[in-house]
Write a protein that binds this ligand. Structure first.
Ligand code: CO8
Length: 261
């Protein structure tokens, strides 16, 4: 087991990796060292044959209050451009296994963007989402103008990005940024996310991967190309044992035993 300073990893179930951002004094501000650890933990989860899904969470007070402003404040253009500052943030989007964000408290700036890089966002009633970069003299730099616009539409994204206003969990649910708001109580959102991750992990891994690829293609491809891609993915699953098993089990009125082959 790797030792981390800014995150905690655990396995609440043999099939689920739980990654908890852990810089409580800085409200989980996303520093470069934190991101390197996060990327390492994600890579481990991707390699772990027992794991079928990942849950990413923060604390009760903050999922993450954004990129680390103190780390950024004295940087110059030549450095951030020359070193492609924060380009390593996107590694989470290369995960083939699904990642569920369980958000309590602040998910601001890079924190909101990190949540949006995940496949599903579950929110606690305390969650607050926003892109306050405009207050710092900059703009979102990791998806806040792109993923947010695709998630909630132009007018709402413009409002949040231009005013820096935060929205609460109910608004985020109404606007479709999160899949749902879970019950009150400390740790509820993580519990719910872990249950969801277990459910996903109990399916055939290959079909889960293909399903994730298909849904993600919807934001990259035209409808025609997307439907074509989906049909090819669907057809390709007939090369798997899990398809034979899943359909035979249905016909034989028994539970499918997927082998991920
Ligand atoms: N960076 C660094 N430190 C932070 C951050 C942050 N983003 N957020 C909070 N902290 C620190 C505070 O400085 C404070 O530290 P200290 O105790 O040493 O003074 C500690 O966390 C606690 O914070 P507060 O005292 O402010 O707590 P409050 O409960 O009063 O307020 C807030 C909570 C409202 C969340 C407040 O902390 C806040 O406004 N934080 C900043 C939010 C923000 O502006 N986020 C956007 C950052 S910019 C960004 O994310 C750009 C991403 C671009 C990615 C580009 C990729 C290429």
């Amino acid at each position: 087991e790797a030792k981390y300073e800014f995150i905690i990893t655990s396995k609440p179930d043999p099939t689920v990796t739980l990654i908890t951002l852990n810089r409580p004094k800085a409200l989980n501000a996303l520093s470069s060292p934190l991101f390197h650890e996060l990327n390492h933990a994600l890579a481990q989860a991707e390699l772990d044959k027992d794991v079928g899904a990942v849950v990413l969470t923060g604390s009760e007070k903050a999922f993450a209050a954004g990129a680390d402003i103190k780390e950024m404040k004295d940087k110059e253009f030549a450095e951030v451009y020359g070193n492609n500052f924060l380009s390593h943030w996107t590694q989470i989007t290369d995960m083939k296994k699904p990642v569920i964000a369980a958000v309590s408290g602040y998910a601001l700036g890079g924190g909101c963007e990190l949540a949006m890089m995940c496949d599903i966002i579950l929110a606690s009633p305390t969650a607050k989402f926003g892109q306050p970069e405009i207050n710092l003299g900059v703009i979102p730099g990791a998806g806040g103008t792109q993923r947010l616009t695709r998630a909630i539409g132009k007018s709402r994204a413009m409002e949040l990005v231009l005013t820096g206003r935060n929205i609460n969990a109910q608004e985020a649910e109404k606007w479709g940024l999160v899949s749902r708001v879970v019950g009150e109580g400390e740790g509820e959102v993580v519990k719910e996310a872990v249950e969801m991750a277990k459910t996903i992990a109990s399916k055939g891994r290959l079909s889960v991967m293909a399903a994730k690829e298909g849904v993600n293609a919807a934001s990259e491809l035209s409808l025609h190309e997307g439907l074509h891609f989906e049909r090819r993915l669907f057809q390709s699953l007939f090369a798997t044992k899990d398809q034979k098993e899943g359909m035979s089990a249905f016909a034989e009125k028994r539970k499918a035993e997927f082998t991920n082959q």
